[in-house]
Design a protein around this ligand. Structure first.
Ligand SMILES: [Fe+2]
Length: 225
C-alpha cells in the first residue's frame, strides 16, 4: 500500500479558494492516474475493492454529508448541502450502491468491513469535531474523487461479469455539479466562519485519502501473512 503524500502545512490564509481547488483537483488526478488496470487484477482483488468501497460508501456518505451540514454555519451554504442530501435520499443512493455491489458478487463481509475499520473511524471522529471549513473541503474532495473514480469502479464490476451500472452512471454525472456546489459552500463558510489559521485545512482530506488508499490497495493475503 502506498502512503499518500502529505502536503506541507500551509495556513489557510495563505491559500486562495482557487489554489485550494487546484490542489484538490491535482490530488484527485494523481490518485486516479495510479489506479491499477481492472483487467490486471485477480477476481478476488476486484471483488475486494468493490466490497470495501461499498462498506464505506453505503452507510457513511449521507452520515458524513449530514455531519458537514451540522458543522456549517454560513446560511447560504446550507441549502447546497441540503440539496445534496435531498437527492441522496429521494433517489435512495445507498440502495443503488448496495445493488451495484450485490450484482458484482461483492457485497461486503465482516473482513471487508474490518479492513477499513480504523481509517473509517478516523474519518468519523474527524467529522465529529464539526469544523465547517475542513469538513466542506473534505466532502468537496470526496465528491470530486467519486466522480472520477466511477469508470474504474464500473470496470471492476464489468470484469466481474456485472451489467448493473446505475450507481456508477449516476455518480459519474451528478457529482460534477455537487463538487462545484461544495466549493461554493466552502467559499461562503470561509467568509462566515474562517478556520483557525493554525489548523491544517487538508486534515480531513488527508484522512480520506488514506481511507481510499486502503479501499484500493489493501490485500488481505498480505495482511494475513
Ligand atoms: Fe450518491
Amino acid at each position: 500500500m502506498t502512503t499518500p503524500a502529505v502536503l506541507p502545512h500551509q495556513p489557510e490564509s495563505a491559500l486562495s479558494d482557487s489554489s485550494i481547488q487546484e490542489t484538490i483537483t491535482q490530488m484527485i488526478d494523481e490518485m486516479i492516474g495510479k489506479l491499477p488496470d481492472p483487467q490486471e487484477l485477480t477476481s478476488a482483488e476486484r471483488r475486494g475493492i468493490i466490497a470495501r468501497y461499498s462498506a464505506v460508501l453505503e452507510g457513511n456518505f449521507i452520515y458524513w454529508m449530514t455531519a458537514t451540514l451540522i458543522a456549517t454555519k454560513a446560511e447560504g451554504a446550507r441549502p447546497i448541502l441540503l440539496d445534496n442530501l435531498y437527492e441522496e435520499t429521494r433517489d435512495a443512493h445507498p440502495h443503488m450502491m448496495r445493488k451495484f455491489a450485490m450484482a458484482a458478487n461483492a457485497f461486503p463481509n465482516d473482513k471487508d468491513s474490518l479492513a477499513v475499520h480504523e481509517d473509517l473511524t478516523n474519518m468519523r471522529f474527524f467529522l465529529g469535531r464539526l469544523s465547517g471549513v475542513q469538513s466542506l473541503l473534505t466532502m468537496a474532495f470526496f465528491e470530486g474523487f467519486i466522480q472520477k473514480f466511477m469508470p474504474f469502479l464500473a470496470g471492476l464490476a464489468a470484469a466481474e461479469g456485472s451489467t448493473e451500472m446505475e450507481y456508477t452512471d449516476v455518480h459519474g454525472v451528478c457529482d460534477i455539479a455537487h463538487t462545484a456546489g461544495l466549493f461554493r459552500a466552502l467559499a461562503l463558510e470561509t467568509s462566515a466562519s474562517p478556520l483557525d489559521p493554525a489548523a491544517d485545512i487538508f486534515e480531513g482530506v488527508n484522512l480520506l485519502r488514506t481511507l481510499i488508499d486502503r479501499i484500493v490497495y489493501y490485500r488481505p493475503e498480505l495482511a494475513a501473512a
